[in-house]
Ligand binder design. Structure first.
Ligand code: NAD
Length: 306
């Protein structure tokens, strides 16, 4: 397969490198030149524009920050029918071959996923929304969980790629369903991080050794992937991202908007969204989402962050 990859960030870089290791032909475009240089050193082909990257591709993958970037790269500046994308670098819809499969693996709203699918269909593109969970570690290890929305035939066509990138891939329903499942994922992850952060502060302030406590908690019903993967950050206060608070703030906005459209009330989601917003407003948006711990510490006005 000839793959075009747009977006070589914390997630996109290791995912693209895994596809190269699996002997796929990959052409990539991203904003940072050093990421393109690193890709070239591993056998990938750098492209100076979206147009150049997608022109000959059978499969096009986007791994971009949010709705605005995905919409611009896919449909052009200002959306469908708008001007060419960033700095006149072209858009997927203008330059992809008819029949190409376009997979957006970024986390965006279900509504944007449906818009991309409709716009793609008008130009003869097959489109899947396929956001992921598992973080940077999952991207590096090729063990992501991939939540897919779209047609079954397109899902089956994408399966060889999903098998390289992840250990679980499921077709969750029609276009947008993958993003709906990802929104639910982000609600669960944020609420779990907040609960774990509160537990850590509570344990420390009660005079209990948190490392011992988190280990024993992780052997019982309180066990979670969050405790596994974020324990080190909680204990050392090393909040190097990982997954930035800024991106989780974006995702809580997605859950809130999608829940409103579905007509459901999610009270815990509302509370956790505000706690994420508070940590971001205090200047911690660039830290890993385990930095929700800093918000808990500030509320109790003691500890390292007070
Ligand atoms: P990132 O900010 O590290 O990377 C984004 C990349 O997109 C950058 O390399 C940037 O150059 C590129 N980009 C932005 N605008 C562009 C444009 N117009 N043209 C070409 N390239 C452009 O983000 P990330 O952490 O890799 O996350 C990517 C997506 O995956 C987000 O939607 C995020 O919510 C989701 N996600 C992230 C994680 C995580 O742990 N980081 C986990 C699961 C899902």
């Amino acid at each position: 397969m000839h793959i075009a990859w747009i977006g070589l960030g914390i997630m996109g870089s290791p995912m693209a490198h895994n596809l190269l290791k699996a002997h796929h032909h990959l052409t990539a475009h991203t904003l940072e030149q050093h990421k393109l240089d690193a890709l070239a050193a591993h056998g990938g082909t750098p492209a100076a524009s979206v147009a150049e990257a997608v022109r000959d591709a059978d499969v096009i993958v986007t791994m971009l920050p949010a709705d605005a970037e995905v919409t611009e790269v896919a449909l052009g500046k200002g959306g469908i029918g708008g001007k060419e994308g960033k700095e006149g670098k072209g858009s997927i819809i203008e330059h992809a071959r008819r029949g190409a499969l376009f997979i957006d693996m970024s986390t965006v709203t279900p509504r944007t996923a449906v818009t991309l699918a409709r716009a793609g269909a008008e130009r003869g593109l097959r489109v899947l929304d396929a956001p992921v969970s598992g973080g940077e570690a999952g991207a590096v290890e090729g063990t992501l969980s991939i939540m897919v929305g779209g047609e079954r035939a397109d899902f089956e066509a994408a399966r060889p790629l999903f098998d390289v990138l992840g250990s679980t891939a499921a077709l969750c329903g029609p276009h947008g369903a993958g993003q709906t499942v990802k929104a639910a994922n982000q609600l669960i992850v944020a609420a779990t991080i907040q609960a774990c952060a509160e537990a850590v502060v509570f344990l420390e302030r009660s005079g209990v050794e948190p490392a011992v406590a988190l280990d024993v908690l992780n052997g019982g019903l309180a066990a979670s992937a969050v405790l596994d993967r974020k324990k080190h950050a909680f204990l050392t206060r090393d909040f190097t991202p990982g997954f930035r608070i800024d991106l989780h703030h974006k995702d809580m906005g997605i859950v809130t908007a999608a829940a409103r459209e579905a007509g459901v009330a999610l009270p815990l989601c509302g509370l956790v969204a505000q706690l994420v917003a508070a940590v971001r407003a205090q200047g911690d948006g660039g830290l890993d989402h385990s930095a929700l711990l800093r918000g808990v510490e500030k509320m109790s006005k003691r500890g390292p962050a007070a």
